[in-house]
Design a binder for this molecule. Structure first.
Ligand code: HEC
Length: 152
């Protein structure tokens, strides 16, 4: 009886250990869109893992976003028309703010692991580089893009 209990415990432990080791790590698995959570599918893969409360468009943040955009994005992106990368004038209509932030903060992860990122990379053939943008700066860029979309 006691032996059986020990055996059961042992088997349970082994089972847990093997499951832990066999855990499927998405980040090591290029080209595989399986295993993404619903959140990741809709809002992208990266440091933004929950909805961001953006509130009203903040004029000061729009200005900050505009100047970061000029410095770090404009070489490849226009608002209207394709350049090295896609036009971003209407990106807030097709993507959530979190998706855009994750693309800015984790472009290589997005093009490797997210089906939409993979599709874009195939289309544009140039990997978007990480531009050393902080999370707050990414939020400012989102406000700039939201402001653009509302006022065009
Ligand atoms: C060297 C060129 C380059 C730079 C610089 C660059 N991008 Fe990109 N971006 C791309 C390309 C190319 C893609 C398409 C995906 C790919 O091929 O990596 C892309 C994709 C995107 C997307 C996804 C668009 C969609 O339809 O979902 C967003 C958002 C974006 N870029 C925003 C930015 C922002 C904001 C900056 C500045 C912080 C920036 N990019 C800097 C080239 C660039």
């Amino acid at each position: 009886m006691q032996m059986k209990t020990i055996l059961t415990a042992l088997i349970a432990t082994l089972f847990l250990v093997s499951c832990g080791n066999g855990n499927h790590d998405v980040s090591d698995d290029p080209g595989d869109s399986d295993g993404l959570t619903d959140f990741q599918l809709e809002h992208g893969i990266g440091p933004v893992t929950e909805r961001v409360d953006l509130g009203e468009i903040d004029p000061a943040r729009v200005e900050e976003g505009r100047s970061i955009f000029r410095m770090k994005c404009e070489a490849c992106h226009n608002m209207e028309g394709r350049m090295v990368g896609p036009a971003l004038g209407d990106v807030m209509e097709s993507r959530s703010p979190e998706f855009v932030m994750n693309f800015i903060l984790n472009p290589s992860g997005m093009t490797r692991e997210h089906p939409e990122g993979q599709r874009l990379l195939q289309e544009y053939m140039t990997p978007m580089p990480f531009q050393n943008v902080t999370r707050e700066e990414a939020k400012a860029i989102v406000d700039y893009l939201r402001d653009y979309a509302e006022n065009q």
